[in-house]
Design a protein around this ligand. Structure first.
Ligand SMILES: C[S@@+](CC[C@H](N)C(=O)[O-])C[C@H]1O[C@@H](n2cnc3c(N)ncnc32)[C@H](O)[C@@H]1O
Length: 280
């Protein structure tokens, strides 16, 4: 899932194009609560200029645009044209007049330097081929003193990991890197993320953790969800004629932790890394 070459980056953008129609639209409350948690730690200010990098369908944008109001502006960027299309639709439906969404690569953003008072990025950094140099590129996009808020995953719910482990035998090495699950590298701890952000030149670096409860109404909804997010890549790694048996094993594992009504609730820790561009 972590792109190492431009070609793999292109494949990742196509993956998000493929999921964009159903992403955050299968009835599982996941991206909005994660974004709400970030926004609680990074409250929007009326009239400010906010950049949301890797905006997807706009989970963060939907929660800040009103508060920033017509005197400010929100720019969302994403390298998936499908996501950009869906985010624009959502913005039009919400009748926001202060939001623009454009195609842009988070690894090498082309937006104007020094023009944003806040930069947010929720569940994106671990997809980038070189998160450290991306953060160095993001720093000068902010005004001096401007705020940074990055959301990544904290330790995963072990019961959720047990279900997702059904994919393990099929995953190529590049998808085995557990950065997104918080087990290895800078994405594995508060300190790791704080080091990554301070090494990029940010000051006042600190962490905040929240827990988001994610409920799947049924095993079928879990299945729909997994196809509607980046995890789709895991299904694609399973040969077509083995997907039914993988799904059956996942359903067996889900049943072990299901409530009497068949629903399953996991608790996902969410890590926010907050910082500022030095004022001087
Ligand atoms: C897990 S989604 C999160 C989307 C959104 N921030 C949210 O919270 O719903 C990851 C997003 O990052 C985008 N993305 C991944 N790599 C990117 C890159 N190099 N440049 C821009 N966007 C990227 C994907 O297209 C996708 O929309």
């Amino acid at each position: 899932m972590v792109p190492e070459t431009p070609q793999q980056g292109g494949q990742l953008a196509r993956l998000f194009d493929a999921v964009s129609e159903t992403y955050d639209a299968v009835g599982v409350d996941f991206f909005a609560p994660v974004a709400a948690s970030l926004v609680r730690h990074l409250p929007p200010r009326a009239g400010e200029s906010w950049l949301d990098v890797g905006c997807g369908r706009g989970a963060v944008i939907q929660q800040v645009a009103d508060a920033i109001g017509p005197g400010g502006r929100v720019l969302g960027t994403d390298f998936s044209e499908g996501m950009v299309r869906q985010a624009r639709r959502a913005v039009a439906a919400s009748e926001f007049t202060n939001v623009e969404i454009v195609v842009d690569d988070a690894q090498d953003p082309q937006v104007a330097l020094g023009s944003f008072t806040t930069l947010s990025s929720s569940l994106v950094l671990f997809f980038l081929p070189a998160p450290d140099s991306a953060l160095r590129r993001w720093l000068p996009l902010l005004t001096p003193g401007g705020r940074l808020g990055i959301t990544t995953f904290g330790p995963m719910d072990e019961r959720w990991m047990h279900v997702d482990a059904v994919f393990e035998p099929y995953l190529p090495d590049s998808m085995r890197d557990a950065r997104t699950t918080g087990a290895k590298g800078p994405f594995g701890s508060d300190e790791g993320m704080e080091g990554l952000v301070s090494d990029a030149g940010f000051s006042g670096v600190r962490s905040a953790t929240d827990v988001v409860e994610v409920t799947f109404a049924s095993a079928e909804q879990w299945h729909d969800f997994t196809w509607s997010v980046g995890q789709r890549a895991m299904w694609l790694a399973v040969p077509e004629d083995e997907r039914a048996s993988v799904r059956a094993e996942a359903e067996r594992r889900l049943a072990l932790v299901a409530a009497p009504d068949g629903s399953v609730t996991f608790r996902q820790a969410i890590r926010h890394t907050l910082a500022e561009r030095p004022a001087g």
